[in-house]
Ligand binder design. Structure first.
Ligand SMILES: [Zn+2]
Length: 287
């Protein structure tokens, strides 16, 4: 079977992340220096260079302020999906608040592109049973919020032993992040901070070995990870600072090199919706 890489981008600004939350509560976001448009355009140009199509999980808060950015992403052939509205991790919200947050983002995005939004990714992978019920009620077709890497306690745990792709509710598919596993240890190779932390050579060999055994590599990035010039916030916990700022200078070049080698290896890049409809994810579903 054709080996497929699905790149995804969670479109949010640098000050909206969980690691910087104590300094940047949502009430002050409108006063912060927005850098999301230019960082996203940088990503779009890189993808165009290699003719790669991807999925963009866009925060409703961003879409509301920058509808032209959503249109631009869409017009360049990428999938528009939802990253919720307000980027509050779902464990802090009631079921009703989760419903409102996700519905609002879906409506905003659908009004901008006049097409149905079928995919969702939770902020900080904060998937819960309530979130899954809400997605089902709102008629989403897939969720991509499950990150089965046990070392990061912020990620949501769902009640499953299933690996790979699976139906999490009737008609609602789960597309988890890729984690490299051996008997004795595991490493996330899904992107984000892991991609920035590993030397390129290590990431490349893990990814290639993963793709020997698996047909799909599912990855995620953020626009602020391509922006070494972003404001540096110093007085926050070391572990937060480390996670947010590690390797920013090299993300762009590393991803560019990885796109090049993947194409040389004959791997295909597909949007998540396209992988579901035409790219063979259905054949991989185990239950
Ligand atoms: Zn996010």
């Amino acid at each position: 079977m054709q080996k497929t890489i699905c790149l995804s981008f969670d479109i949010e600004d640098w000050f909206q992340v969980e690691n910087l939350r104590e300094k940047f509560p949502p009430e002050i976001w409108d006063k912060c220096e927005s850098r999301v448009v230019k960082n996203t355009i940088k990503i779009l140009d890189l993808l165009d260079e290699y003719n790669v199509k991807a999925t963009f999980f866009i925060l409703g808060w961003i879409a509301e302020r920058f509808p032209d950015l959503v249109k631009e992403i869409h017009s360049r052939g990428h999938e528009i999906a939802s990253h919720g509205y307000g980027h509050i991790i779902n464990y802090q919200l009631s079921r009703k608040e989760i419903f409102k947050d996700i519905r609002k983002s879906k409506e905003i995005l659908e009004n901008i592109i006049a097409q149905e939004i079928i995919g969702y990714r939770a902020p900080s992978f904060s998937i819960t049973e309530d979130v899954i019920d809400v997605l089902k009620r709102l008629d989403f077709k897939y969720d991509s919020s499950y990150h089965p890497f046990s070392k990061n306690k912020r990620y949501g745990q769902i009640d499953t032993n299933k690996k790979g792709f699976f139906y999490i509710r009737e008609g609602l598919l789960e597309i988890p992040m890729s984690v490299w596993k051996s008997k004795s240890f595991e490493l996330s190779i899904a992107g984000g901070g892991y991609f920035r932390l590993y030397p390129y050579i290590l990431f490349k060999s893990l990814a290639l070995s993963y793709l020997k055994k698996n047909d799909f590599l599912i990855m995620y990035f953020h626009p602020w990870e391509f922006d070494p010039e972003q404001p540096r916030i110093k007085d926050i916990k070391f572990s937060y600072r480390f996670r947010h700022y590690i390797g920013l200078k090299k993300t762009y070049n590393k991803l560019s090199k990885f796109l090049e080698i993947s194409i040389k290896n004959g791997f295909t890049f597909r949007r998540l919706d396209d992988s579901i409809k035409n790219g063979g994810i259905y054949e991989k579903i185990i239950g």
